[in-house]
Design a binder for this molecule. Structure first.
Ligand SMILES: *[C@@H]1O[C@H](CO)[C@@H](O)[C@H](O)[C@H]1NC(C)=O
Ligand SMILES: *[C@@H]1O[C@H](CO)[C@@H](O)[C@H](O)[C@H]1NC(C)=O
Ligand SMILES: *[C@@H]1O[C@H](CO)[C@@H](O)[C@H](O)[C@H]1NC(C)=O
Ligand SMILES: *[C@@H]1O[C@H](CO)[C@@H](O)[C@H](O)[C@H]1NC(C)=O
Length: 595
């Protein structure tokens, strides 16, 4: 009976919308205050089973911790995490020992520990210089605040693209700060609870007035918790929620990148083959948009595959051009110079130049959200693929798994260009570079490309959620940036200047695009690559925070590149905004019971 009454305290604490640790903290403030009411009751205190009851409450409290599962703490090797991590571990180890002792006391039929053992446990928490929790707590606090831990994370933002640890973990600085906060705050909660329960044990076993000490412990903890929550709030507000994959050390086709192929590929043709009369009266530049007619007298043309699409942007090449075979212009009759021209061939045959327009959505009826994203080339078509996980309470998401795609087959009669897929050609080869982020309280549940003014344009689907209960609502909407390059405030163009193959660059390429831009897929540089490739390449590395997924609220398309590099087009993600959920409720109220 007595214990039932104690349990009742675990309910009815207003914690709406708070992060799990902030909720937990509010709970323990209530639990702790309630325990002191009992302890101030002389009769209760001296009943002979006060210590066991206390142990039971502690075990119950531990159950509360597990009721709010937190994501596993990030495994980081950064130097600024070494010190805090050491203290966190120390507190966790102490907590495990403490819990083990308390749990043993509550087991039925177990011989109760002697008073000496209870007291020695309390001493190891409160005063033993080697193990004291208070010392670990203050060192943890210092290493977070004085050593500016969050500042260090914010600084890593700038180095993110350069294969930083955050990028390798696939975590946004915002998400990492939130996860570190949870880790630290949970350690502090455990430390605080151990200290309070230790004072309570002393209160039971030892006469004497410990009002001052208990008050001190509480004031210190509250102050520290508030300070850390405030710093976290500031850091979260300043930290970017964006994440993307960095350049791998080794580029592997089909694994880290893929290519659009033969879109406006460098192509050598003799002018005699580009007009109906087989004449050579013009110069190369005349053939700006041309096509192949026939092969005159079985010259060089019979030794290369002919261009069946448009021949574009021809210019004269001197004989020293070294593509496949040596080429010389020749004279037809007495005075007609039949030039070999360097042109671009836009021939859709055997060309990987398609993008699926099918949407990739998570199953919102089963409460699934998008946890990861990637581009994949399947049958010469680029598809967006997503991973989905189940949304749980308090912003937690179960580990994601990749969904199969609705695969587009170009030769399938039921698949329509412009509806099911998009075909790039020299007039329709632009992709919009946008950041799309759902409003506060909405999460990412789908992604697709559509065509907007002949540009490939990314859209996201967002669904409203109840952070508290972890339920997705019926409300979903598609979000896009429908600005075009022809509007009053047009999208700006990202120009690729004499682009080389991006895989030839050793240094990690930074993101050089911004929201509301677009770029056109084009051929690689004539001099560097004889225009044989289509750039940018497509980054196909899977993007999934921590490799398991977290709550997301946006996605985007960006370009990583540098002057003279074709770079990569890549998808990016935005993690959920946790800033509104981090708060410490000040528990002080005048009627608060005193030890
Ligand atoms: C990128 O990281 C590498 C290795 O850590 C370092 O040597 C290089 O200087 C960094 N580059 C930039 C621009 O910071
Ligand atoms: C305990 O000490 C505090 C001040 O330190 C005092 O206010 C309080 O009355 C004392 N309680 C008892 C029971 O002596
Ligand atoms: C607890 O300590 C703080 C500061 O040390 C003091 O301001 C406050 O009055 C104390 N409260 C009680 C109930 O002793
Ligand atoms: C972070 O944002 C707060 C205001 O939200 C500002 O006072 C603070 O200077 C910012 N810190 C950094 C490092 O940008």
């Amino acid at each position: 009976m007595r214990l039932l009454w104690l349990f009742a305290l675990f309910i009815f604490v207003p914690t709406k919308g708070l992060s799990p640790v902030d909720k937990l903290r509010n709970k323990i403030f209530t639990i702790e205050r309630q325990q002191w009411i009992h302890l101030n009751d002389q009769q209760w205190r001296t009943s002979g089973s006060a210590d066991i009851d206390l142990a039971k409450v502690f075990v119950l409290f531990d159950g509360e911790i597990h009721r709010w599962p937190l994501a596993a703490p990030p495994v980081l090797s950064s130097s600024w995490w070494k010190k805090p991590q050491k203290q966190v571990r120390h507190i966790q180890e102490m907590y495990a020992t403490f819990l083990e002792f308390m749990r043993r006391q509550t087991e039925p039929g177990v011989k109760p520990a002697r008073v000496r053992e209870w007291l020695s446990l309390a001493a190891s928490v409160l005063s033993d210089p080697k193990t004291a929790v208070s010392r670990a707590m203050s060192q943890l606090h210092q290493s977070v605040l004085r050593d500016q831990m969050f500042q260090n994370v914010l600084q890593e933002q700038r180095k993110y693209y350069n294969r930083s640890e955050l990028c390798e973990l696939q975590v946004s600085p915002h998400q990492l700060i939130y996860d570190l906060y949870n880790t630290i705050a949970l350690a502090e909660i455990k430390g605080y609870v151990m200290m309070q329960f230790s004072w309570m044990l002393l209160k039971i076993y030892r006469p004497g007035n410990i009002t001052e000490e208990v008050n001190q412990t509480r004031v210190q903890y509250e102050g520290d918790a508030i300070q850390i929550a405030e710093k976290t709030g500031n850091a979260l507000a300043n930290a970017t929620r964006e994440l993307y994959r960095c350049d791998p050390l080794q580029h592997i086709e089909g694994q880290t990148y893929d290519q659009i192929t033969r879109l406006m590929q460098g192509y050598i043709e003799n002018e005699v083959n580009m007009n109906n009369e087989n004449t050579c009266r013009q110069n190369c530049e005349y053939y700006n948009v041309a096509k192949y007619y026939n092969c005159f007298k079985d010259q060089f043309c019979s030794r290369q595959p002919k261009c069946k699409g448009h021949i574009l942007g021809c210019y004269f090449v001197k004989s020293d051009m070294t593509v496949c075979t040596s080429v010389n212009s020749w004279w037809r009759g007495w005075f007609l110079h039949c030039s070999y021209c360097m042109c671009l061939c836009d021939d859709p045959e055997n060309s990987d130049r398609y993008f699926s327009l099918k949407e990739a959505t998570s199953n919102i009826r089963e409460n699934k959200v998008v946890t990861g994203i990637r581009l994949v080339k399947q049958n010469n078509v680029f598809h967006i693929q997503i991973s989905e996980g189940t949304l749980l309470k308090n912003g937690i998401v179960s580990p994601g798994s990749w969904l199969p795609n609705k695969i587009i087959k170009i030769n399938d009669q039921n698949m329509k260009n412009g509806i099911d897929y998009h075909t790039l050609n020299h007039g329709t080869r632009a992709i919009d570079l946008d950041d799309l982020v759902a409003p506060a309280g909405w999460v990412l549940t789908g992604v697709r490309f559509r065509i907007l003014g002949a540009h490939l344009n990314l859209n996201i689907r967002a669904t409203k959620l109840n952070f508290e209960t972890g339920h997705l609502s019926e409300d979903s909407m598609w979000i896009d940036n429908d600005n075009t390059d022809g509007s009053k405030t047009p999208r700006s163009r990202l120009t690729l200047n004499r682009p080389n193959l991006p895989t030839r660059s050793l240094a990690a390429l930074p993101v050089d695009s911004k929201h509301d831009q677009f770029l056109e897929f084009t051929h690689s540089d004539f001099d560097k690559d004889a225009a044989q490739s289509t750039v940018p390449f497509i980054d196909v590395q899977p993007l999934e925070p921590y490799g398991r997924g977290v709550l997301l609220s946006g996605a985007g398309v960006s370009h990583r590149g540098a002057v003279g590099s074709g770079g990569f087009v890549a998808l990016k993600l935005f993690t959920y905004d946790y800033a509104p959920h981090v708060r410490v409720r000040h528990p002080r109220d005048p009627s608060s019971p005193q030890p």
